[in-house]
Design a protein around this ligand. Structure first.
Ligand code: PAF
Length: 292
């Protein structure tokens, strides 16, 4: 596995005729990221083997803590930078090339051209609580796509709204990249793995599973309501938020949405749905979701 930092080094390291799979990350990797890396490896090997036009496959991961997607009060400065350990894990999980640029490499001058996703996707849910987040994510992902020029890219379903924004950006900008969603990896108790779980105290870590449990109950209430032909979405969302509040959490949202476009649901609904939640436990903000 090769590790490069500058755009020039990366361009030299990319094998021109190889089918390329890409996993963008901010580092501080956990098993969830490694699952995405393994998925990229499997997909690229399978497809390169089937396609005479490609001389093999190549997997690329990026590690870059992207200032553009952090609000001023968020954890940009304290976000763990663990490059050596991350590279060792990537190497053991099928990565061929790591692109780990510095801020000066990726943003040599202030990034004034930005990608603005539509408000109906980026001002709701995460975007409502983290203004500018999806502009920052879309801008860096678009730029990384231009630099790495992958044939396919893998993103986790844990960041459900992010995955949807990226899919729409790729479709609207006609980028020739297939976007693959990887399943959320959970700890044994059900907590979705996240780099930010490392901020939790032992007591908070024990409590943290309650977010996924609240989403499970919400999903069960949706299924029961749909089966009974009577679903009061507002009431079950409010009850889920209240249950977490009573345990000392500060929930931003627990909500039932359509999988297709994350639009709200007001009653029984035959379309595929997803329940999504974001809540603060102490100083740590966690997000999770479950497809219903
Ligand atoms: O999901 C992440 O880790 C980041 O948002 C991403 C996609 C690497 C962009 O910085």
């Amino acid at each position: 596995m090769q590790i490069v930092h500058t755009l020039a080094e990366l361009r030299r390291a990319l094998k021109p005729a190889a089918l390329r799979a890409f996993v963008p990350t901010m580092g501080n990797l956990h098993q969830g990221h490694l699952d995405l890396m393994q998925l990229a490896r499997q997909e690229v090997d399978k497809r390169a083997g089937d396609n005479k036009h490609h001389s093999g496959g190549m997997t690329v991961a990026s590690i870059f803590v992207n200032r553009l997607q952090f609000s001023p009060h968020e954890d940009f400065d304290t976000y763990p930078r663990t490059l050596e350990n991350d590279c060792a894990m990537l190497k053991a999980n099928g990565c061929d090339l790591v692109f780990a640029p510095s801020e000066k490499d990726l943003y040599p001058d202030p990034q004034v051209f930005k990608v603005h996703p539509p408000a109906e996707l980026s001002d709701i849910l995460e975007g409502a609580f983290r203004p500018g987040f999806f502009v920052g994510v879309s801008t860096v992902v678009h730029k990384l796509f231009n630099i790495v020029q992958p044939d396919l890219a893998v993103f986790g379903k844990k960041d459900y709204q992010q995955l949807m924004v990226i899919r729409r950006m790729v479709q609207q900008m006609a980028l020739p990249i297939e976007i693959i969603g990887g399943e959320t990896r959970r700890a044994e108790d059900g907590l979705a793995l996240s780099s930010r779980n490392g901020y939790l105290s032992p007591e908070e870590r024990a409590e943290a599973v309650q977010l996924s449990m609240a989403l499970k109950s919400l999903a069960a209430a949706v299924r029961a309501g749909n089966a009974a032909g009577e679903l009061d979405v507002e009431a079950i969302e409010a009850a889920a938020m209240q249950a977490l509040r009573a345990r000392g959490w500060q929930p931003d949202y627990l909500t039932v949405r359509r999988q297709h476009d994350l639009s709200p649901v007001s009653g029984t609904c035959a379309e595929p749905l997803v329940v999504l939640g974001a809540a603060k436990l102490g100083k740590t903000r966690l997000i999770d979701n479950l497809e219903v």
